[in-house]
Design a protein around this ligand. Structure first.
Ligand SMILES: NC(=O)c1ccc[n+]([C@@H]2O[C@H](COP(=O)([O-])OP(=O)(O)OC[C@H]3O[C@@H](n4cnc5c(N)ncnc54)[C@H](O)[C@@H]3O)[C@@H](O)[C@H]2O)c1
Ligand SMILES: [Zn+2]
Length: 370
């Protein structure tokens, strides 16, 4: 790929009939007034961002799209602010800014901002349009696409929300220049996930290009984001509201959520817990005879090469605790934990049929490594 390609803009489509929308991927999209102008009407736009991202990119978006800077709200930064109180702040600011049903909300930030801005768009005057400007790798490859929006409740993550698809997604890969390394690697975990669940060829590409990706090489990054978004878009188009196949996107997440919960969401970033969760899921596939030792070992090496943790945090002390937490996951159906497993690398399926004994053995073996 030539360096001229690195400056090109790629476009993908999320095919959802009347709710279809484009995903644009490229360097410097936040400065592209012609393209933004097609999707953002300056007079009716309202920006939701946070105190970290706004100082970095809000001025640029305001200038490029010709927005009124007063029509925006800047929220506190952090998952702990992904709650109803922040929603109230968004609604207060929108009402003060005289937003109406013709308003388009622009979400400028990571997954936390995107989920809240999207939920505000689903609710405000029974629903307004919104456009995503994701600025973390995780948001660019995962949360900005697919229309899941919402906030946390003190008793559970993402408990309050709605399906509400954006009108467009603008992925300006330049925004990743300011993203912390740890956040970046956490995003790579979700990128690798797409290879495992649906795209063996991409998995091979990741093996060959992980060093370039970690160095944030623009061509490699764009390819990785394209393949990830294409995969997410295809799964979402098949099953918009997660009645079936969309659940494969949760590969590694049932284990990962249990780890996050066992460590009170403080030891690991979500992507790090997912990396470890995928490792455990792959190990389980090996123990169940679904994949062989060679495929498991190369997968483990890929996760490790991405700089993701492969050992549980010290504070996780019992396999039984993890099992209990897994049973509280949203994916439980009639008391049975349904797991996303692989038939082979690049092909996921969802099942409640597996040996509990093997699962307990697996969990104990990871706890005993700590
Ligand atoms: N809706 C979905 O389908 C979906 C999917 C996956 C995750 N999520 C949600 O996404 C959230 C996690 O998203 P996240 O990982 O993006 O976390 P985040 O939004 O908290 O961002 C991580 C950190 O990076 C900062 N940041 C963002 N962009 C930056 C930039 N360009 N430069 C410097 N710093 C920047 C943020 O302010 C924050 O401190 C969770 O709440 C999760 O539930 C939603
Ligand atoms: Zn995830």
């Amino acid at each position: 790929m030539s360096s001229a390609d690195a400056n090109a803009i790629s476009r993908l489509e999320v095919e959802l009939g009347a709710r279809s929308y484009p995903i644009y991927i490229g360097r410097g999209l936040l400065a592209d007034s012609e393209l933004l102008g097609k999707y953002v009407d300056a007079a009716s736009a309202f920006v939701v961002s946070n105190e970290t991202v706004a100082p970095l990119y809000l001025d640029q978006l305001v200038k490029t799209a010709g927005l009124d800077p007063a029509r925006s709200v800047v929220l506190a930064d952090g998952e702990q602010y992904k709650n109803i109180a922040s929603m109230q702040k968004i609604f207060d600011a929108m009402i003060a800014g005289q937003c109406d049903r013709g308003t388009t909300i622009l979400a400028l930030g990571g997954g936390v901002v995107g989920d809240m801005a999207g939920f505000a768009a689903a609710c405000y005057q029974r629903g307004v349009r919104f456009v995503q400007f994701p600025t973390t790798l995780l948001a660019q490859v995962d949360s900005s696409v697919g229309g899941k929006t919402g906030v946390n409740h003190p008793l559970g993550k993402n408990m309050i929300g709605a399906f509400h698809q954006p009108g467009a997604v603008f992925i300006d890969t330049n925004t990743l220049d300011t993203l912390a390394d740890r956040e970046y690697r956490a995003g790579i975990a979700e990128v690798i996930k797409y290879g495992f669940i649906r795209d063996r060829e991409f998995l091979q590409w990741l093996h060959e290009n992980m060093a370039r990706l970690l160095a944030r090489d623009p061509d490699a990054l764009r390819h990785a984001i394209m393949r990830s978004c294409a995969c997410k878009a295809a799964v979402v188009a098949d099953d918009e509201t997660e009645n079936g196949v969309r659940a494969i996107l949760n590969f590694g997440h049932t284990f990962g959520h249990a780890i996050e919960s066992a460590t009170a969401y403080s030891a690991l970033l979500h992507g790090e817990a997912v990396g470890l969760g995928m490792l455990m899921a792959l190990d389980f596939c090996k123990r169940c005879g679904l994949i062989d030792a060679h495929d498991f070992e190369s997968s483990r090496q890929l996760i490790e090469a991405a700089g993701l943790p492969v050992l549980l945090p010290h504070t996780v002390s019992s396999g039984k605790q993890l099992l209990r937490l897994m049973q509280h996951d949203k994916k439980v159906k009639r008391g049975r934990v349904r797991l996303v497993l692989l038939k082979s690398l690049g092909e996921a399926f969802i099942t409640g049929e597996y040996s509990d004994e093997l699962l307990e053995e697996l969990l104990e073996s990871y706890v005993s490594q700590v």
